[in-house]
Design a protein around this ligand. Structure first.
Ligand code: GAF
Length: 385
């Protein structure tokens, strides 16, 4: 039995029918492209959310988290309503509830269930703890209730749950990474078609390592800044007569920018189009085994997010600048921004030196100490018991 299954047994007095796990993610490159139908290159973290589940004969959901002291949240399945997620210590329960609601809303025959959840995906760190919880729950409920969804369908359903029920207007990258990533690979994702390619990404074999630097500045996508970026992009695409910014080729960027009057909107468009191009170039370098050469593109991506997209913050900028000054090949913020984590591509033996440099720089700036961890591409969601 896993610890999560034991916890379920202690809580509900019987063994679960199974345990499902889904990882958080790091996005190597391709930020704020997913809601523009663009490309992204995430990989799964070894940190995962586990959900132990048993079906119930009635139409009740009972939800419990080992990580939050909020007790068991009991919700009648047929009275789940989007747009009113619980506040405070029970707010996490909105995510599994949202998944059940999205399944019902899609006409899928899901019934009652008891859930016990345990996670080591850092929350508010830009590492997709929400997507991990959604995907683990979706995989568990669809497996148990015999609902046949492909992984991309499952990811799209989890995204809809977050958009419509929780009220966060995210794209599909995080859910796709959690549902579809494979160990040792980055996931090249076309967010329009949900087509994906598994690109071998073995830092260790190249004598390299990826560090994730959690600035501990809590990020939240629901506070409006993310939605404003999205609206700006969709408005720009409409004004250019395009279905999405993905349809603006890199070669046509300059003439298109000349047609956009608003300087803020112009910068947003420039970020998205150059970022899509960076995904393509990083993918080519990975395929060619030229991992070190991706570094400058990562740093360029950070500058674009900082200057053009304006989603960085002083802590992320300091983490990136310090990692680069300490010898990283490149570094950038990862995820939605406004806090959360940065990543740095370093020599395999440079972890201690880069960690020390970043920690000292944070101390000197009066910032809280960052949390630094090494990350290698891990497996996507799976049933583990
Ligand atoms: C967050 C969102 F959830 C993703 O969909 C994506 O837009 C990302 O920010 C930025 O690339 O993680």
């Amino acid at each position: 039995m896993t610890g999560t299954a034991d916890g379920f047994h202690r809580l509900y007095g019987a063994a679960p029918e199974g345990v499902w796990a889904a990882p958080g993610r790091v996005n190597l490159i391709g930020e704020h492209t997913d809601y523009n139908d663009g490309f992204a290159l995430p990989f799964a973290l070894p940190h995962r959310t586990e959900v132990a589940v048993a079906r119930r004969p009635d139409r009740t959901l009972r939800l419990h988290s080992a990580d939050v002291p909020s007790g068991v949240v009991t919700l009648p399945l047929d009275r789940l309503h989007p747009g009113r997620p619980p506040e405070g210590p029970e707010s996490w329960a909105a995510y599994p509830a949202a998944v059940a609601w999205a399944l019902l809303d899609a006409g899928r025959p899901v019934g009652g269930a008891d859930l016990h959840i345990r996670s080591d995906v850092p929350t508010g760190a830009g590492l997709s703890s929400s997507a991990a919880l959604e995907v683990a729950t979706a995989l568990a409920l669809t497996d148990l209730y015999g609902i046949p969804l492909t992984r991309p369908e499952l990811a799209a359903l989890a995204r809809r749950a977050e958009n419509a029920y929780v009220g966060v207007p995210c794209g599909v990258m995080d859910q796709m990474a959690s549902a579809c990533a494979t160990e040792g690979h980055a996931l090249h994702l076309d967010t329009r078609t949900l087509e994906r390619l598994h690109i071998p990404f073995d830092c260790a074999a190249a004598g390299l390592r990826l560090l994730v630097i959690d600035t501990r500045v809590k990020h939240a996508l629901g506070d409006g800044a993310y939605a404003r970026r999205l609206a700006s992009c969709h408005g720009a695409a409409a004004a250019l007569g395009l279905p999405a910014l993905r349809d603006l080729p890199y070669e046509d960027l300059e003439p298109a920018l000349a047609r956009i009057e608003d300087p803020v909107r112009r910068r947003r468009v420039r970020h998205v189009v150059t970022e899509n191009e960076r995904v393509v170039r990083v993918e080519e370098l990975l395929r060619a085994g030229r991992l070190r050469e991706t570094g400058p593109l990562l740093t360029e991506g950070h500058a674009s997010l900082r200057e053009d997209y304006e989603v960085s913050c002083p802590e992320l900028d300091l983490a990136v600048a310090t990692a680069n000054a300490a010898g990283a090949y490149g570094a950038r913020m990862t995820g939605g921004g406004f806090g959360g984590s940065a990543l740095a591509l370093i020599d395999a033996d440079a972890k201690a030196a880069v960690t020390l440099a970043v920690t000292q720089a944070f101390g000197a700036a009066g910032f809280e100490p960052p949390r630094v961890m090494a990350a290698a591409p891990a497996a996507g969601a799976e049933r583990i018991l």
